[in-house]
Design a protein around this ligand. Structure first.
Ligand SMILES: *[C@@H]1O[C@H](CO)[C@@H](O)[C@H](O)[C@H]1NC(C)=O
Ligand SMILES: *[C@@H]1O[C@H](CO)[C@@H](O)[C@H](O)[C@H]1NC(C)=O
Ligand SMILES: *[C@@H]1O[C@H](CO)[C@@H](O)[C@H](O)[C@H]1NC(C)=O
Ligand SMILES: *[C@@H]1O[C@H](CO)[C@@H](O)[C@H](O)[C@H]1NC(C)=O
Ligand SMILES: *[C@@H]1O[C@H](CO)[C@@H](O)[C@H](O)[C@H]1NC(C)=O
Ligand SMILES: *[C@@H]1O[C@H](CO)[C@@H](O)[C@H](O)[C@H]1NC(C)=O
Ligand SMILES: *[C@@H]1O[C@H](CO)[C@@H](O)[C@H](O)[C@H]1NC(C)=O
Ligand SMILES: *[C@@H]1O[C@H](CO)[C@@H](O)[C@H](O)[C@H]1NC(C)=O
Ligand SMILES: *[C@@H]1O[C@H](CO)[C@@H](O)[C@H](O)[C@H]1NC(C)=O
Length: 892
């Protein structure tokens, strides 16, 4: 056996030698021809000897293939599994083609140094791909429509890795720990525009990465947590974390001596901008906007620096370098010891702590009371409380504070009450307060976590006690079980109440499809090539069903009229209510029709609790009908502008906040859909519908256009409604997601004032709400007059009214880049709603966190074939373009 193999080997080598002599044969011929075949034999692969394909292949002296470089040759097809037979391969590059299918494993190719797959149609990568690729240095996977995937553990084998770039390729899960520690030579890590979640791994501390790009994660969760680990990543030159949910303070940058570019826009970062950042001399680009940064506006001092600090933050004053009021400085030092919590960063605005700062009460300009009771605070008590000499009351009770009570607090000569009850403080030895003057409450503290809790200490001392104890225990357990059952039943009932249609009408709609498909007919429904669209789950409903449901479009069933047609209420034979929009046929005809169909194909599959469900549609003859979920409480405009006529009650402020949050979530979802961004373009109260639970859903996707991934904007015909149009859109017709943010800002103004975006009945300077509102808002005296008089303005509501007013102003900024992303808007509104509905945290938690447990978020996997060639070719999303995130105030 052994002998035979050796003989064969010799024979094979001999053969190779002969072939070499004649200059014809390459041992890689079979594998290379398999590649040629599966790439549909492109012209540059001429003949059968791969070493002769000089434009795309290089061989070494033994006629082994070392380089395959097929760039931008419009090649399609797939890659064969035989690639892993090319054991001398060093470089494999197929970027910017149209190759599809799975990237096969190249496991074991020890010479392989570079692989480049970016900008193709690959849908997956073999999990085993990286096994044994010990020489691999560069990996590019950017811009491929992968199915959701995670970085495979086999990457650990690629210990020589220097560049790993997987931008915009549907990567999910967490950033694996091993990317930090395992790769001593990793210099570039680009994972932007994916769906990554979780925190930065702690062992990034050991990483020598220079370029770190994690911006623009999609979905609700995003990357979050602290970015303090950056302070140990001393090799960093370029960092982009824009558009995530990172929180806590900026890192100390004193060791980041090579840092050139630092972009953390659109996160939840709090605290002061450290001097180690704004004095960093290597820095040339920095972007901090749309965070919750506090303290003085930083004065960047590096030569030629271009700081971008536009957009929201919580700086005390606008002028860079100007110090804050000493009271502000002290308060910020105090909350520093709590890790700069978000709730202070959001609510402490301006330079005057006596101007309605949460938790602060003043007498004149002196801070007399600090009440931070029950705010979930972590950390320690700062000795700097002692700098606020006028303090009379400090209440820090019911938090998670640890450490000691600082000795310095005894210096507060006016202090009367210090309540630190119910924390984790060490109170065995308390500083020497004069207890006849200062009332100190330290009950419920226990700094030694290892110790038995006080209750556990009180062991039942007698048998009788034990028996009583266990009886009580059993009773308690029974009670608990009873409660659990009670709540389960209640929850279930609530679900049925809130989602009456989910139960029947989806099924019903499906039934309709099967029973009454608009089949055949060139004009009606889909046929021929389009058949797959039907299979993809969109629903075609026959005109007859809709006629029956609406009494043949009877006048009495009209719910409303819009620019595009009339909306009718309808009822299916089983009683399910629907809303049918009958569009004028002139609006969509000819070429637009195909586009319209494919758009609906997508939209019928878009599901979010804050978007009205589009059940289906019908296109027959001249009829164009859209069938929506029926929303019993009608439009938002009915409730804010026409409540008197409708015999309704005016909306309370808390309800308006919840509605604003609902709308913001719906729009955020549209903006961050899995593979592309939708822009609504016509947000306004008459397109916002309310259910019986008074929760809002965004409706009318008639104007939504698909915004291809990565394009900065799309130019299109103007559509929308005056009063809500962003200036740049009205002037240039350029559409970005910021157009919706503008309209949303106007809606917030309407919710605040009860006035319409355009109201011709008012005096000239009050006609245009956005302009008038801005003027009223600037002046603190005039602003209260602008608030809708039906809103009860009291000390409690005023805080959130002010925040919403500021948000409205920011959203409707003239410059698109000054407007926040919807992500930020949601974060701001969530904090206000949470503040208002503390009790709902447990009973109705999905409202607070926007997670719809009933309707799973769709994994909207959009087959490229839905969009036709023109759409595909209009996606010029090269990595370079995606990275130009400093400009992305215009993008997403
Ligand atoms: C690649 O190698 C495998 C086994 O190592 C073999 O079965 C296969 O035929 C080879 N492919 C080609 C095209 O030579
Ligand atoms: C390879 O190219 C050489 C010269 O360019 C040519 O003489 C030879 O015939 C080619 N061989 C094949 C198999 O095409
Ligand atoms: C590759 O990684 C696997 C675990 O993922 C490990 O078992 C194996 O030893 C590694 N091989 C090499 C060559 O590093
Ligand atoms: C930075 O590195 C030091 C020393 O390795 C470590 O103790 C510290 O925890 C690290 N800090 C962060 C924020 O990772
Ligand atoms: C890093 O940032 C600098 C300064 O903004 C820029 O010139 C350079 O192109 C960036 N490098 C990379 C790899 O992004
Ligand atoms: C900002 O920095 C510049 C350059 O170091 C300095 O000249 C200027 O005085 C600083 N401005 C303030 C307000 O501190
Ligand atoms: C305190 O820490 C917990 C757990 O890490 C965190 O969930 C909470 O948000 C923190 N509280 C504040 C006010 O930051
Ligand atoms: C101390 O605080 C606890 C809990 O906050 C409270 O129940 C108790 O009455 C307080 N004690 C005094 C003496 O005020
Ligand atoms: C890519 O391939 C698909 C299907 O194979 C085809 O429809 C499309 O036109 C191709 N795109 C380009 C840019 O060649």
């Amino acid at each position: 056996m052994m002998k035979m193999m050796i003989t064969w080997r010799i024979l094979f080598s001999l053969l190779c030698f002969v072939a070499f002599v004649y200059g014809q044969f390459s041992p890689d011929e079979a594998a290379m021809n398999a590649l040629k075949t599966s790439l549909n034999s492109p012209p540059s692969f001429s003949g059968s000897n791969p070493c002769n394909w000089t434009k795309v292949v290089q061989c070494d002296g033994s006629h082994r293939v070392t380089h395959i470089q097929i760039k931008s040759l419009r090649i399609s097809g797939t890659l064969p599994i035989d690639l892993k037979n090319l054991s001398s391969l060093i470089v494999f590059e197929v970027m910017e083609n149209n190759i599809t299918g799975k990237i096969p494993s190249l496991a074991g190719l020890r010479s392989l140094e570079t692989v480049n797959f970016h900008d193709n149609g690959f849908t997956s990568i073999d999990p085993d791909f990286f096994t044994g690729l010990s020489s691999l240095q560069s990996v590019f996977l950017d811009n491929n429509p992968f199915d959701s995937w995670e970085i495979p553990p086999s990457l650990k084998n690629a210990t020589s890795l220097a560049v790993f770039s997987a931008v915009n390729c549907n990567l999910s899960g967490k950033i694996p720990d091993f990317l930090g520690g395992t790769f001593p030579s990793l210099m570039t890590l680009k994972l932007s525009y994916n769906s990554l979640v979780g925190e930065l791994p702690m062992n990034f501390s050991e990483s020598r990465v220079q370029v770190l790009m994690l911006n623009g994660q999609k979905g609700v969760e995003k990357l979050h947590g602290s970015i303090s680990v950056l302070q140990n990543m001393t090799a960093l030159t370029n960092v982009t974390l824009q558009g995530n949910s990172f929180s806590g303070p900026l890192p100390n940058c004193s060791r980041l001596v090579s840092l050139k570019s630092f972009n953390v826009r659109e996160n939840q970062l709090t605290g002061l901008v450290p001097p180690s950042l704004f004095e960093l001399q290597s820095l040339s680009d920095v972007a901090l906007g749309n965070n919750l940064l506090q303290g003085p506006t930083p004065n960047f001092t590096a030569p030629n620096i271009k700081p971008d600090i536009t957009g929201l933050n919580s700086f005390c004053l606008d002028t860079p370098g100007t110090s804050c009021d000493p009271r502000v400085n002290t308060l910020l030092s105090i909350v520093k010891a709590f890790g700069y919590p978000v709730n202070f960063a959001e609510k402490w605005k301006g330079n005057d702590p006596c101007n309605r700062w949460v938790g602060i009460t003043c007498t004149g300009t002196d801070i007399t009371v600090i009440n931070f009771k029950n705010l979930g605070l972590n950390g320690t008590i700062s000795p700097l409380f002692a700098d606020l000499a006028s303090l009379q009351v400090i209440n820090l009770s019911q938090n998670n504070l640890s450490g000691n009570i600082p000795q310095e607090l005894t210096k507060l000569s006016n202090l009367k009450t210090l309540d630190v009850s119910n924390n984790h403080l060490c109170v065995e030895t308390i500083p020497g307060f004069n207890t006849s003057i200062v009332h100190v409450n330290k009950t419920g503290n226990n700094c030694d976590i290892g110790k038995d809790s006080p209750n556990a200490g009180k062991k039942a001392s007698s048998n009788a006690g034990k028996i009583v104890g266990s009886v009580i225990g059993i009773l308690l357990a029974l009670l608990l079980i009873g409660f659990a059952i009670f709540f389960l039943i209640k929850k279930k009932k609530q679900y049925h109440k809130m989602h009456p249609q989910q139960q029947s009408s989806d099924q019903d709609a499906l039934k309709i499809t099967i029973d009454n498909l608009c089949t055949g007919g060139s004009e009606s429904g889909f046929s021929g090539n389009d058949a797959h669209l039907g299979e993809a789950g969109n629903i075609v409903i026959s005109i007859q069903v809709l006629r029956d449901a609406t009494d043949n479009f009877d006048e009495k069933n009209i719910l409303g009229r819009g620019g595009f047609g009339i909306v009718y209420k309808g009822e299916l034979h089983d009683g399910t209510k629907i809303a049918v929009k009958r569009m004028e046929s002139s609006i969509i005809s000819g070429k637009g029709l195909d586009e319209f169909k494919s758009e609906i194909a997508v939209l019928t599959r878009v599901r979010h609790r804050n978007l009205v469900v589009l059940h289906g549609y019908c296109l027959e003859g001249n009829e164009r009908l859209l069938v929506y979920q029926y929303m019993p409480q009608g439009t938002l405009s009915r409730h804010i502008f026409h409540w008197q006529e409708g015999g309704l009650k005016p909306l309370e402020w808390t309800r308006r906040l919840i509605i604003a949050l609902d709308v913001a979530r719906g729009v955020e979802y549209l903006h961050t859909l899995a593979h592309q961004s939708f822009i609504h373009r016509d947000l306004k109260p008459s397109n916002i519908l309310l259910g019986d639970d008074m929760h809002a859903k965004v409706a009318d996707f008639g104007l939504v256009r698909l915004a291809p991934e990565g394009t900065q904007s799309i130019e299109t015909k103007i559509a929308g409604t005056f009063g809500y149009l962003a200036p740049e859109y009205a002037v240039t017709g350029r559409v970005t997601t910021k157009v919706d943010v503008y309209s949303f800002g106007v809606i917030l103004m309407e919710l605040l004032t009860g006035r319409k975006a355009l109201d011709a009945t008012r005096s000239e300077e009050e006609v245009h709400l956005a302009t008038w509102f801005r003027r009223m808002f600037i002046n603190k005296d005039s602003f209260p007059k602008a608030i809708d008089h039906t809103i009860e303005v009291n000390e409690e509501t005023l805080g959130s009214i002010n925040i919403v007013a500021e948000l409205a102003n920011q959203c409707s900024s003239r410059e698109p880049r000054d407007r926040p992303d919807m992500n930020h808007v949601v974060n701001v509104l969530v904090s206000l709603v949470v503040q208002w509905k503390p009790t709902e945290r447990s009973s109705d938690s999905e409202d607070i966190y926007g997670i719809d447990y009933d309707t799973p978020l769709p994994q909207l996997i959009l087959d490229s074939s839905y969009f036709g060639d023109n759409t595909l070719t209009s996606i010029p999303s090269r990595p370079s373009e995606l990275e130009s995130t400093f400009k992305s105030g215009q993008g997403r």
